[in-house]
Design a protein around this ligand. Structure first.
Ligand SMILES: Cc1cc2nc3c(=O)[nH]c(=O)nc-3n(C[C@H](O)[C@H](O)[C@H](O)COP(=O)(O)OP(=O)(O)OC[C@H]3O[C@@H](n4cnc5c(N)ncnc54)[C@H](O)[C@@H]3O)c2cc1C
Length: 476
């Protein structure tokens, strides 16, 4: 048995039910857990107050504390993996690195390059750990990727069922292992890594960010929020998930994104519940996540262009900067849109129904390029996932995979009446509208009666017709 292996944590920031840890411990005596603040990735997050960095640094400090209790440590580096990994491997003479497999195109390329540099002395072992099923496994009978969600979802469920009953199901198992006595703490690394004992604020300062104490997203709350949702809310998920003024969804996104919750535990715990519409719907939403990850894996070009070829370079997008600027500050004149933007800016999160209303308004009523909207969300969402965000934006703009037809344009007034009937959501995020009666808050009368609120930047009906005509010209 080789002596020591590196466990490189990336999107699976937890010590329990972690496949790379489990695999490494099967093959070596001791493991050295590391994390790299990748400067190439950090460049995409230029805001020094980015709350996701605070969340990430806090998570790393908690992992470090937990590892110390097991006589270990987390070693954190700042730089590019291509500089850091080979140096570490040479220094410590390790022959294996274990990590969760990443399926985003740039990260696939990064891992391939690292593997080439390390060969033949050291191997990078990759395990699918932030999705339930590795992309590329669920294919049509002709071995092609599914391009429609429903048949994919059915094939996905069949594939799980084929792995056996819940207790033995290979895909849903919980990986158990003991870390105590198995952690390597080399003195050779002294001074080379970021010292996590100095605390979150100091750690962030060293990589150029400022700590934001966030009362909403706490890395300690991941498992509790999942368990609380499964215990108290999932049965009503189907009915409540669309209501903007209710907390009807799990809010697990940020914890899943950073891997504080294991995706296997989400499926395992949900499948263990008595089946009902709420449970089935929630599992189907988890499968949307896998579907979009598969689409990105098979069609990496969708990062830059629409999935549907006919909408590539054919839509005469509105390039007015002032329209974009009014939208991103939540000054569109449509209370429901402006409230949703405030939710995103204040909480780093937006309700799913609001994401759909807002993205439809952006790409259809304002005729702004979905790609710009995607980038805006990417800068603010705590649960930002490239595949799901691109998928969601392209779906909402009719340009994506399995998207509704272009002529379906969400009506913000009707959406508001249906999903925020008392105006509570709007009033929560736009407290200046507290006194507006519920009867008019989602109507056109609102604009005539509330002259001190910004006028709607576009007329809903005219902009709807403009969008439909524009898409129609491109051809069905
Ligand atoms: C324009 C747009 C952009 C989006 N961007 C993202 C994004 O960057 N990251 C992201 O995780 N989701 C994104 N979504 C999907 C969805 O809005 C969020 O996953 C959901 O709101 C998160 O809330 P929750 O954690 O309470 O989810 P729940 O409703 O409790 O669902 C549980 C989990 O399932 C997954 N999920 C649920 N719905 C979807 C969906 N439609 N597509 C993919 N995964 C889903 C998420 O991981 C979610 O945390 C986007 C949707 C739209 C319309």
């Amino acid at each position: 048995m080789a002596q020591v292996a590196i466990v490189w944590l990336r999107r699976n920031l937890r010590l329990q039910d972690n496949k790379p840890f489990a695999a490494a411990l099967r093959h070596v005596d001791k493991v050295l857990p590391i994390f790299i603040f990748d400067t190439a990735i950090l460049k995409q997050f230029p805001n020094p107050y980015d709350r996701r960095l605070s969340f990430l640094a806090h998570t790393l400090c908690l992992l470090h504390d937990a590892l110390k209790k097991l006589q270990g440590e987390l070693f954190v580096f700042h730089g590019t993996p291509l500089e850091i990994i080979p140096k570490l491997v040479n220094h410590l003479k390790v022959e294996a690195i274990y990590a969760d497999e990443d399926y985003e195109p740039a990260n696939i390329e990064r891992d391939r390059t690292i593997q080439k540099v390390l060969m033949p002395h050291c191997k990078l072992h990759l395990y699918c750990d932030h999705l339930l099923i590795k992309p590329g496994i669920i294919l049509t009978q002709c071995n092609q990727p599914y391009k429609l969600y429903t048949p994919y979802m059915k094939a996905f469920r069949t594939y799980i069922a084929d792995q056996g009953a819940l207790a033995q199901n290979r895909l849903l198992i919980e990986y158990n292992y003991a870390l105590e006595g198995r952690l390597f703490t080399p003195s050779a690394l002294d001074g080379q890594s970021i010292d996590l004992n100095v605390g979150v604020e100091e750690v962030l300062k060293q990589i150029g960010y400022i700590y934001i104490k966030d009362g909403l997203w706490d890395p300690k709350n991941g498992s509790n929020s999942l368990d609380g949702f499964l215990k108290n809310q999932i049965d009503h998920y189907k009915a409540n998930r669309d209501l903007l003024d209710l907390n009807g969804s799990s809010r697990c996104g940020p914890y899943l994104r950073f891997g504080l919750i294991s995706i296997r535990s989400c499926y395992r715990k949900a499948f263990a519940l008595a089946s009902n519409l709420g449970v089935t719907t929630w599992i189907s939403e988890l499968i949307w996540r896998e579907f979009y990850a598969n689409i990105l894996y098979h069609f990496p070009n969708i990062i830059y262009e629409s999935f549907q070829e006919k909408y590539r370079n054919t839509i005469p997008w509105n390039s007015k900067q002032e329209d974009y600027d009014r939208f991103v500050c939540g000054q569109t004149g449509y209370p429901i849109i402006d409230a949703a933007i405030q939710q995103l800016l204040c909480e780093g999160w937006m309700h799913n129904r609001a994401r759909m209303i807002v993205a439809s308004f952006f790409s259809k009523n304002l005729l702004l390029d979905w790609h710009k909207g995607e980038s805006f969300f990417a800068q603010h969402l705590m649960d930002y996932e490239l595949a799901s965000n691109v998928g969601g934006w392209q779906w909402s703009s009719a340009c994506g995979v399995d998207a509704p037809p272009y002529f379906r344009v969400f009506n913000p007034y009707l959406q508001g009446k249906k999903f925020d009937p008392d105006g509570q959501y709007v009033k929560k995020y736009l407290p200046g509208l507290q006194k507006v009666p519920r009867s008019i808050i989602h109507t056109m009368d609102f604009h005539t009666l509330h002259t001190n609120y910004p006028k709607p930047m576009v007329n809903y009906e005219l902009s709807r017709i403009r969008a439909i005509e524009t898409f129609k010209k491109i051809g069905a």
